[in-house]
Design a protein around this ligand. Structure first.
Ligand code: UGA
Length: 447
């Protein structure tokens, strides 16, 4: 059993803290927000993640406690995790304000401790941040040298919203980038429950880059697939869904009849969103430019992605050139199914473009409520929670999120006198399942 502090109790911090408590460690969560601290101590969580409530409830007050006091938490801990937010600034670069402020406080607490502590960087920080910015702050605030007076290890998270607990408890790999061998081995020991999975031991920059390279690989595959869709459509008569099925069956992506999980990132559609892929791609591009490496590929990945909403609206206009007064239902606001997160969701720019074209916009989502939409959009659309009612009033249905509920669309359209046109932004329905259908990359553009 180790003693662990987690500074920052947002999504990543709380999942990490609750899972480390579940593994038997003694965890103290630290936050500047009184309400969050009180909520955790009361055995509750302030956001939705399957299973997290139960875990926090069962460990709160025993293996999991929360406090506002960094100094006390640090002095009683072997490991101090920094898990604060790293939002984007307007240029796409990440904003390290919260990380720097947390490092400052942790450093000051280290100054007053005579014990050895390891600071673990869990927040996603751009390669170079730990060595160039975080360690110098920790050193100057503590008056000690990293690797001698205290340890520093970068340990990126690979949590996906909706499956964060199983991602933590059943990891595919554990990446550790250390300032010194002793700290690396100690953090490895903290994760001894996962001895059966590969550990990647590297330096801080290498660990930071593994996180960015992992996410930008996924973003690149998605934009690649979207570009193949556009080229196929421009040539005419080439259906990207068939093409990608043929690609996925290669031995690189399918083995003994089993599809490799990476093949789920070659689905062309209306683009990637969420809090990770767009932000991480933009941040690595910005850092590359700052450091003198022009990341042409990453720039193109973002350009292709930014063009997806317009591309979808162009497809709608191929069928209905004048959208003025036409009722268009946007099916799906979440950036992906099984989450209520609308951050960077391609649905939002699609709604703006439809409104600008004069369409009457209806929105629907199985879990997202209209109040999660930015205020300027919310007031201009009608949100209807009942899917059959949406279908009754819409001239055009645009599928934006791959919610399983939308597989019911063909059934709901059956028997209607004048069924709406379905534009499938995720290619989740078969073209002949509804009377009037078109989809991204179907190749019908030239016909
Ligand atoms: C992503 C990574 O998948 C996780 O491995 C990583 O840990 C996480 O970021 C993180 O850095 O925290 P997430 O953003 O939750 O996870 O969602 P994804 O499942 O990667 O989907 C991202 C977007 O890509 C969604 O909008 C989805 O609709 C879109 N997408 C996905 C496509 O447009 N096409 C595809 O073929 C696959």
């Amino acid at each position: 059993m180790s003693r662990v502090s987690i500074v920052g109790t947002g999504y990543v911090g709380l999942v990490t803290g609750a899972c480390l408590a579940e593994l038997g460690h003694q965890v103290v969560c630290v936050d500047v927000n009184h309400e969050r601290v009180a909520t955790i101590n009361a055995g509750r969580t302030s956001f939705h993640e399957p299973g997290l409530d139960d875990l926090v409830r069962s460990h709160a007050g025993s293996k999991l406690v929360a406090t506002l006091d960094v100094t006390e938490a640090v002095s009683g801990s072997d490991f101090i995790f920094l898990a604060v937010g790293t939002p984007s600034d307007p240029s796409g670069a990440i904003d390290l304000t919260q990380v720097k402020s947390a490092a400052e406080k942790v450093g000051a607490a280290l100054a007053n401790s005579s014990q050895w502590h390891v600071v673990v960087i869990k927040s996603t920080v751009i390669p170079g941040s730990t060595v160039d910015q975080i360690i110098p702050i920790l050193e100057s605030a503590s008056g000690k040298k990293a690797g001698i007076g205290f340890g520093v290890v970068v340990n990126p998270e690979f949590l996906t919203e909706g499956t964060a607990l199983s991602d933590f408890m059943l990891p595919d790999r554990i990446v550790l980038g250390g300032s010194d061998e002793k700290s690396l081995q100690q953090v490895k020991g903290l994760y001894r429950a996962f001895d059966h999975v590969p550990f990647v031991l590297t330096n801080p920059g290498g660990a930071e880059m593994i996180k960015y390279a992992s996410n930008t690989l996924l973003a690149t595959l998605i934009s690649f697939s979207n570009e193949i869709a556009d080229i196929g459509s421009a040539i005419g008569g080439i259906d990207v869904a068939e093409v990608m099925e043929g690609v996925a069956l290669s031995r690189y992506l399918t083995s003994e009849g089993e599809r490799a999980p990476i093949a789920s990132f070659i689905e062309a559609g209306c683009g990637f969103g969420g809090s990770c892929l767009p932000k991480d791609t933009a941040a690595l591009l910005a850092e590359g430019a700052r450091a003198g490496a022009d990341a042409n590929l990453l720039r193109a990945v973002l350009d292709v992605n930014r063009a997806r909403p317009q591309r979808l609206v162009d497809l709608i206009r191929r069928h209905t050139p004048d959208l003025n007064g036409v009722t268009v239902a946007v099916l799906g606001l979440a950036f992906k199914p099984d989450t209520d997160d609308v951050r960077e969701s391609p649905s939002l720019p699609v709604i703006s473009l439809l409104l600008a074209a004069g369409a009457v916009v209806i929105t629907h989502d199985p879990v997202v409520h209209s109040d999660s939409m930015p205020a300027e959009l919310r007031t201009q659309v009608r949100h209807i929670e009942d899917l059959p009612e949406v279908i009754r009033v819409a001239d055009i249905l645009v599928i934006m999120t791959r919610w399983s509920e939308y597989l019911k669309v063909p059934e709901l359209l059956a028997g209607l006198d004048s069924p709406p046109l379905v534009i499938d932004g995720r290619r989740m329905l078969t073209p002949d399942s509804v009377p009037r259908y078109d989809g991204i990359g179907l190749g019908s553009d030239q016909s």
